[in-house]
Design a protein around this ligand. Structure first.
Ligand SMILES: Cc1cc2nc3c(=O)[nH]c(=O)nc-3n(C[C@H](O)[C@H](O)[C@H](O)COP(=O)(O)OP(=O)(O)OC[C@H]3O[C@@H](n4cnc5c(N)ncnc54)[C@H](O)[C@@H]3O)c2cc1C
Length: 427
């Protein structure tokens, strides 16, 4: 018979922005929480593009969950992959066959790349997790070393598919690596052989931003040498090309997929009714329809604000949802006349880094948004990301590194190794 550990008041699946915020809020009130994540670390997606472009190492974007919850004995951490969810019983099963049951269940298992059945998607590198970013960065490093060794004058083409914030940030950072890093660490000749391409089916970059931000970001990327291929969908990806539906063939040495996300396998296998992007259309109080004590948060959910407006897949949104769900659970546990409340999201706007010294930021709630671009937006981006970073050490490193990168033009060039210690070159 399988062992079921039933001593938890709340089971949290996923130690991302939403899961950590929920566990933290509950933990401070002495609630007994079990947090399960397939990795023993919390990952900071907003900076993955810097790992993928060899500007940051893994320790700057991943923080041990045990460090985050150090000194909180009522929070138990289990590093295991959740493979089954029984929403009715608020029970989850992990890949080692263990089951855990609680009074409340929080699913905060994030998302994964959505390739929309694009033929040849296996030739691309998605960018959602630390593991993904390490693969992109390691492959980029291999490609550059091979090209430098071969010294055969062949052109290198780095293609980013998807011109949302992730794609824009990645293409911008690749262009900067080509411009500032390669001449310094390799040679100007190698830098001259590199091209960066950004592809999207919509006719502009940063589609959810205002026209002013779209126009600014497109102009800056072009000035940085990024070749924009907008307004045509990708037809197919091969080993060495990206083919567009209008017949354009883009040579491709390395293709990064930033083309979209869908809810991950935990949610897909939960039996809960899935909506747009495979996510769960949650109730205003963030519970799953028909399951009063099951919460679905962050990138795993389609959440709305108190007025019913759809909320974006953003770190700040996931974080606020985690805290809110925990407060709703505390209202149930502690009683005292408190009741669950619909999610009251505080919209702080959104932003994207285009390149050194240039970003776009749309700050504040919807109708009152203040549009910033250029160095001011760059500073706003730095401030917001320092606040979002979870560890004091990471904050200090970021504050120490980013301004000097900005002032000196100097970029670091990090070494990435695979978690199993093998060389990137071997497969
Ligand atoms: C490249 C990139 C850049 C981004 N940049 C920004 C930005 O600049 N600003 C911003 O606000 N937002 C940004 N976002 C969005 C933001 O990162 C997400 O909205 C946010 O991380 C969602 O939080 P979450 O807690 O729902 O999921 P996640 O943070 O993805 O956490 C999910 C957790 O669940 C775990 N998990 C998944 N499956 C299992 C399983 N089967 N078993 C156990 N554990 C599991 C994962 O390991 C992970 O730790 C970015 C996203 C990406 C991908």
């Amino acid at each position: 018979m399988r062992h079921v550990d039933e001593n938890y008041e709340v089971i949290v699946v996923g130690g991302g922005f939403a899961g950590v915020a929920a566990a933290r809020t509950l933990g401070r009130k002495g609630v007994r929480v079990l947090l399960i994540d397939k990795n023993p670390y919390h990952q900071f997606q907003p900076l993955l593009y810097q790992v993928a472009t060899l500007q940051l190492g893994v320790s700057e974007v991943a923080r041990s969950l045990r460090d985050i919850f150090r000194g909180q004995p009522n929070i138990r951490l289990v590093a295991a992959e959740v493979t089954g969810v029984d929403a009715e019983r608020k029970r989850v099963t992990t890949s080692d066959g263990k089951s855990y049951e609680g009074r409340f269940l929080i699913l905060a298992s994030g998302a994964e790349a959505n390739f929309f059945n694009t033929p040849g998607a296996e030739h691309t590198y998605p960018l959602y997790s630390v593991g993904d970013a390490v693969k992109v960065g390691g492959t980029l490093s291999n490609v550059l070393e091979d090209a430098d060794r071969a010294d055969d004058g062949k052109q290198l083409d780095f293609v980013v598919i998807g011109a949302g914030p992730t794609g824009v940030e990645t293409a911008g950072a690749l262009a900067e690596t080509v411009k500032y890093v390669l001449p310094d660490y390799f040679s100007p000749w190698l830098a001259n052989r590199c091209r960066v391409h950004l592809v999207d089916m919509v006719p502009n970059v940063l589609n959810v931003f205002s026209d002013k931000s779209k126009e600014y970001a497109g102009r800056r990327l072009a000035a940085m040498g990024v070749q924009l291929h907008l307004g045509t969908p990708v037809a197919e990806i091969t080993e060495d090309k990206v083919l567009l539906k209008d017949g354009t063939e883009i040579p491709a040495t390395l293709v990064v997929w930033a083309g979209g996300l869908k809810a991950g396998a935990v949610v897909a296998g939960s039996g809960l009714p899935q909506g747009r992007g495979g996510r769960i259309d949650v109730n205003p109080d963030l519970t799953a329809p028909g399951f009063d004590d099951v919460y679905v948060l962050g990138d795993a959910a389609n959440m709305t604000d108190a007025k019913g407006n759809k909320l974006p897949q953003l770190g700040s949104c996931a974080l606020q949802a985690g805290t809110w769900a925990a407060k709703n659970i505390l209202a149930d546990i502690e009683g005292g006349g408190r009741h669950r409340a619909p999610f009251g999201y505080v919209d702080k706007g959104y932003m994207a880094m285009v390149g050194r010294g240039s970003a776009v930021a749309e700050v504040g709630p919807g109708p009152k948004r203040v549009l910033l671009n250029g160095p001011l937006a760059f500073l706003a981006w730095l401030g917001v990301h320092v606040v979002l970073l979870s560890g004091a050490l990471q904050k200090i490193r970021a504050v120490a590194t980013w301004p000097s990168d900005y002032i000196t033009h100097r970029r670091s060039f990090v070494v990435l190794s695979r978690p199993d210690g093998s060389q990137f070159h071997e497969s």
